[in-house]
Design a protein around this ligand. Structure first.
Ligand code: CTP
Length: 405
């Protein structure tokens, strides 16, 4: 299995400015390095009052730059050299003062200087504001942020909640893992901008009585990875999830359901407003015909109870029957004869694309291998981690969507 770290071969300049959120920047540097990035830390003088360059050097594995007069660069032009082969400058934390400086093109320290001097066509500027809520909501700050957005900067957050000063409100810097994921998303190809994608994921749970039910081993990981990959590609994503213990991908709207009927009832009214429907859920085919209001007791009965089953609605087939249906992608989890079963499903569900995988072998695992089956033929996506596969699948879907319109 090949696992491709999401920031492999990416070069990131991580800028720190003065703020208590500098403590989160240490964790962020670690997360970015773990995701495969080369991280060059640049700190302002105010940032050094909160965290030392020693810490940031140890975590990034590279010497930290703090001054525009740093003579280590042969040409003495750190403000030029550091961004020429960088993919992005991420300023986290970005103080109110630093945002003001950026908005006005100020350049009296190394970090602001390199933000101004960066090659804007291939080196994005992302800022993660961190400040007291009054400072954040002040018209001057809001004016500066609007100007920065207008100039092409990407503003990540801020979050809302408890602040270091004891107040509660907007202005907290996003957490390290959130900033990492937003940066990763920013660097993905924007293949689905303006598109709406609906995804079902996970198992369903068909209740027998208040404490028991029928379910299956689907973990939901593939569906959640597809929701994330579609969002990274610029789509607006709705994820209808059965009972799983997975965290929601960033900026994805999630609707939790339990049973197949609930999943059906959540999906059907939404489907026509979406451009793409990806049905990864392992929907239970049957449910108990009746629900016992109270726990079924053994009560000394001599024989085990028997349950009559009734068929659940087929969600994918129902969406595919809609007159203004989205582009429908079905999954086929099979134990054998993958290609033939997937092709059968393509016809039976009347959808343009079926993605086959060998079910029990992949349930709950982080990797998978997929077989794409459509009218053109078959295409194998080799074994990889589910997020890598999801990104490849999103590329394949975007290509077919483009061809179909
Ligand atoms: N599916 C669905 N609603 C159902 C059953 C399946 O939306 N009630 C979707 C799944 O999400 C998947 C595709 O249909 O995208 C195929 O699911 P699968 O369980 O493999 O197919 P079935 O139609 O149930 O056929 P079988 O179990 O006989 O293989």
């Amino acid at each position: 299995m090949s696992t491709v770290p999401s920031l492999q071969d990416r070069r990131i300049v991580l800028g720190l400015t003065g703020g208590i959120a500098c403590y989160k920047a240490a964790e962020l540097a670690r997360e970015l390095v773990k995701a495969g990035a080369t991280v060059q830390v640049v700190m302002t003088e105010a940032a050094e009052a909160f965290i030392t360059p020693v810490t940031m050097q140890a975590l990034s594995g590279r010497r930290v730059f703090t001054s525009q007069w740093d003579a280590r660069e042969a040409n003495n032009m750190a403000h030029i050299n550091l961004t020429r082969d960088a993919d992005a400058v991420l300023v986290a934390p970005a103080s109110a003062d630093f945002l003001a400086k950026l908005a006005h093109g100020g350049a009296d320290d190394l970090l602001s200087l390199l933000c101004l001097a960066r090659p804007r066509d291939h080196c994005a500027l992302l800022v993660a504001p961190a400040m007291n809520r009054e400072m954040w909501s002040h018209p001057a700050t809001q004016r500066n942020v609007a100007q920065l957005r207008h100039d092409g900067a990407v503003v990540l957050g801020p979050d809302t909640g408890d602040q270091a000063c004891g107040e509660v409100g907007d202005g907290r810097m996003l957490e390290a893992d959130e900033l990492r994921d937003d940066l990763i998303a920013h660097l993905q190809a924007k293949l689905l901008v303006g598109k709406r994608v609906l995804v079902t994921a996970g198992p369903t749970f068909e209740a027998i009585d208040p404490v028991r039910g029928i379910t299956n081993l689907s973990s939901g990981k593939m569906g959640f990875a597809i929701a994330r990959a579609a969002q990274e590609a610029g789509a607006q994503v709705t994820l209808v999830a059965g009972p799983v213990s997975l965290s929601t991908p960033r900026h994805v709207q999630r609707i939790d359901v339990h049973s197949a009927q609930q999943m059906h009832d959540a999906v059907l009214p939404l489907a026509a407003a979406h451009d793409v429907f990806v049905a990864t859920a392992a929907v239970a085919d049957w449910r108990p015909a009746t629900f016992a209001q109270r726990k079924i007791k053994k009560d000394g009965a001599r024989s085990a109870p028997t349950f009559e089953l009734t068929e659940n609605p087929d969600i994918l087939a129902a969406v595919a029957r809609l007159p203004d249906r989205p582009y429908c992608v079905g999954f086929a989890a099979e134990t054998d004869d993958l290609a033939r079963n997937a092709r059968d499903k393509l016809a039976r569900k009347n959808v343009p694309l079926i993605v086959g995988n060998l079910g029990p072998a992949t349930f709950g695992r982080d990797d998978n291998a997929l077989l794409l089956v459509d009218a053109r033929g078959e295409r194998q996506l080799a074994s990889a981690d589910k997020l890598t596969l999801a990104r490849e699948l999103v590329r394949e879907i975007a290509e077919r969507l483009q061809a179909s319109t």
